[in-house]
Write a protein that binds this ligand. Structure first.
Ligand SMILES: Nc1ncnc2c1ncn2[C@@H]1O[C@H](COP(=O)(O)OP(=O)(O)O)[C@@H](O)[C@H]1O
Ligand SMILES: [Mg+2]
Length: 251
């Protein structure tokens, strides 16, 4: 398997032999290793049930590894959860925000909940504009928002956390093409800022476009990992199908 060239940066996110066997015996993740440095995007592809969310949940310490570890800035998430959690922001597939609160109120509430009390109204205004929420939406309740708009709020909250690592579980699922495009622009700018970004996605084309490294997962294993440069002349969709077919042949 491809090993990424060593960079000067020590990895911000690191999975080392990361393994999760659930209580019912299902092997959700099977000795997966990869790393993401500052200023890099790592995209996980794979069918439903491949282990993408399990990987993210292990980084968030929502679940404990059976073997191996997930590290954030060098801190093993299950052994040093507070150190690790302080350095990561998470945007979930279904952003859980308060529908009765306005966009501004949500952003303010969650920023404070995360211990950030120094932000001003103007900071909130600027971050909401940055993620693409127009001024007139700032004072509207979230219950009237589209999924794309709710997600923009979720990303604004993640940005305000000011963490060096960002995890996103299927951030583009259910977004219309314009919202998907805007999301990718935002991802680019966060990457430029030096964030280490780990995301799961079903969007092969966008993964190829934005990711520094693409990993394909299948039945809990990382079956392919390639850098942006290595994928330059490749048809990632064909590669993906190739690895999916491999599973059928092996079965
Ligand atoms: N809480 C759980 N208990 C038992 N098995 C689980 C649990 N969560 C996920 N799994 C299993 O682990 C495997 C990986 O799931 P998941 O990480 O959710 O995949 P993905 O996000 O790639 O769709 C699947 O077989 C799934 O059924
Ligand atoms: Mg999932």
């Amino acid at each position: 398997m491809y090993q990424p060239a060593s960079t000067n940066n020590s990895p911000m996110l690191e999975a080392q032999s990361l393994t999760k066997r659930y209580e019912d015996g299902v092997l959700g993740l099977d000795h997966v290793s990869f790393s993401v440095s500052a200023g890099q995007v790592y995209a996980m592809l794979g069918a439903n049930g491949a282990g993408k969310t399990t990987t993210i949940n292990l980084f968030l310490n929502f679940i404990e590894p059976t073997e191996g570890e997930a590290r954030i800035a060098g801190f093993a998430t299950h052994r040093e959860p507070l150190e690790a959690k302080a350095r990561v922001a998470f945007v979930s597939e279904n952003v859980m925000l308060y529908p009765q609160f306005t966009a501004l109120q949500n952003v303010d509430y969650f920023a404070r909940l995360g211990g950030k009390t120094e932000y001003t109204k103007d900071d909130y205004r600027r971050v909401l504009l940055r993620v693409g929420l127009q001024e007139e939406a700032h004072h509207k309740r979230l219950k009237g928002f589209s999924k794309g708009m709710r997600q923009k709020c979720g990303i604004a909250i993640a940005i305000l956390k000011d963490a060096p690592a960002i995890l996103l579980d299927e951030p583009t699922s259910g977004l219309d093409p314009k919202a998907g495009f805007e999301f990718m622009q935002l991802l680019h700018s966060l990457r430029e800022e030096g964030k280490a970004i780990l995301m799961s996605t079903h969007d092969i084309f966008r993964a190829k476009e934005v990711a520094d490294t693409v990993g394909i997962m299948k039945q809990g294993q990382l079956v392919m990992q390639r850098t942006h440069a290595e994928l330059a002349g490749e048809n990632l969709e064909e590669l993906y199908m190739h690895y999916m077919a491999g599973h059928v042949e092996a079965a």
